[in-house]
Design a protein around this ligand. Structure first.
Ligand code: F6R
Ligand code: MG
Ligand code: MG
Length: 382
């Protein structure tokens, strides 16, 4: 059986007209360098896409996960692109490159990555989700629905191959070093939800069928933890396999029909709906959003990628987009008020603490009664 690794490595290395889209010259550079990567035998095949301002490198190879050569190929593209971007003065050129030196793989260096190694089945349909203006926990809700909710995935009830359920590997992304826990579903469904509901802390890393077959992989890289300060959301990617003993492609996509609320949007500081869009709408405009997700479907065939199919570019998702924009419009009316603006703990790594610091010295343990000295009301008093 053919063993193939799918590596999706992404970074925001600069964009056009603000944080909106990856310019064509960066997409072309990526295609050129990845083609050379194929010629050198580093990767087998690739597809380049953009999720708004994030450059997405979808690659296949036979070198396994976290492979130095593959990660270096991506790292070099991001660095060369950032240099070119700086010369052309595109916006936020080099944003996600947080290290001067490469140390084996891109993890902890700024770019995000989701990878999985599969034994190719007789036929291997996959879908790659790529989101902009949100965080890794954005996939908790839809992936829970796909792999654990029988109201979403009919196969969990009907298909004996899925009936055993799935094991979720969850990562606590708030710890300094990665910590994981594995929970079996349906038995530990309530424990699973107790964690997954905290989208800012616990994120799905991988999902396995009960016989050990890997079914999904998510990027869990946290930029602010690497940089120690706010430099943008982590704009996560996920790879999901479908069919033949796994949820059908339609069951996978069904979970994205509710534009559920996620953290991110403007300045990474707001709650907004995750809107499923086709490639042509992969650009965050209104209030830098609303957060968006694209889905590209492929057949993995002897290490090659057949496709893509632009999954959300379909009238079937029009109603979800309309719902998303209604929710966006409603939330925007709240302006700087919670819960549209994130809670204090989530704002810790944004630019807000800088503003609050200035006010700190003016707090008193006595109630303050303004003296009114500043205004001269003498005329009106008589
Ligand atoms: C969100 C994001 C944008 C920026 C915002 C301010 O992840 O990237 O919403 O935070 O446009 O951008 P700067 O600080 O570059 O002016
Ligand atoms: Mg950006
Ligand atoms: Mg982005």
């Amino acid at each position: 059986m053919v063993k193939t690794t799918i590596s999706v490595i992404k970074a925001d290395i600069g964009s056009l007209a603000g944080h909106v889209i990856v310019p064509d010259f960066l997409m072309e550079l990526a295609r050129k360098r990845l083609k050379e990567g194929v010629q050198k035998g580093i990767i087998k095949d690739f597809h380049v896409a953009n999720a708004g301002d994030d450059l997405e490198l979808i690659m296949t190879h036979d070198k396994g996960e976290g492979n130095e050569e593959v990660h270096k190929l991506a790292w070099d593209i991001f660095n060369e692109g950032a240099k070119l971007g700086r010369e052309k003065k595109i916006y936020a050129a080099g944003q996600d490159i947080l290290s001067d030196t490469f140390s084996g793989n891109v993890r902890g260096m700024g770019p995000g990555s989701a990878e999985m190694t599969i034994e190719e089945r007789k036929s291997e349909p996959i879908v790659v989700f790529m989101a902009d203006k949100t965080e890794p926990g954005a996939y908790n809700y839809p992936l829970f629905k796909v792999f654990a909710d029988p109201f979403n995935t009919a196969g969990l009830v009907i298909d004996p191959n899925l009936h055993q359920g799935f094991t979720f590997v969850i990562q606590d992304i708030k710890r300094d070093t990665p910590h994981y826990v594995a929970l079996d579903c349906p038995e530990e469904l309530y424990d699973l939800l107790a964690l997954l509901g905290s989208t800012g802390r616990y994120t799905i890393k991988k999902i396995y069928r009960r016989d050990g077959l890997v079914a999904a992989s998510v990027s869990t890289d946290k930029l602010y933890q690497v940089a120690g300060k706010y430099i943008g959301k982590d704009d996560p990617v996920a790879i999901v396999r479908a069919h033949s003993g796994l949820p059908a492609m339609g069951e996978v996509l069904e979970a994205f029909t509710l534009p559920h609320l996620v953290a991110g949007w403007m300045r990474g500081s707001h709650i907004g709906p995750l809107m499923p869009v086709g490639m042509k709408d992969s650009r965050c405009t209104r209030f830098d959003g609303p957060p968006r997700v694209i889905a590209l479907g492929f057949q993995v065939s002897n290490g090659m990628l057949l496709g893509p199919v632009d999954m959300f570019e379909d009238v079937a998702f029009d109603i979800s987009r309309k719902r998303a924009m209604e929710a966006a419009d409603y939330l925007r009316r709240h302006g700087p008020f919670m819960p549209h603006r994130l809670d204090d703990e989530s704002m810790e790594y944004t630019t807000l603490p800088g503003v609050l610091k200035k006010l700190e010295s003016r707090f008193s343990d006595k109630e303050i009664v303004p003296t009114g000295k500043a205004a001269d009301n003498s005329d009106s008093a008589e």
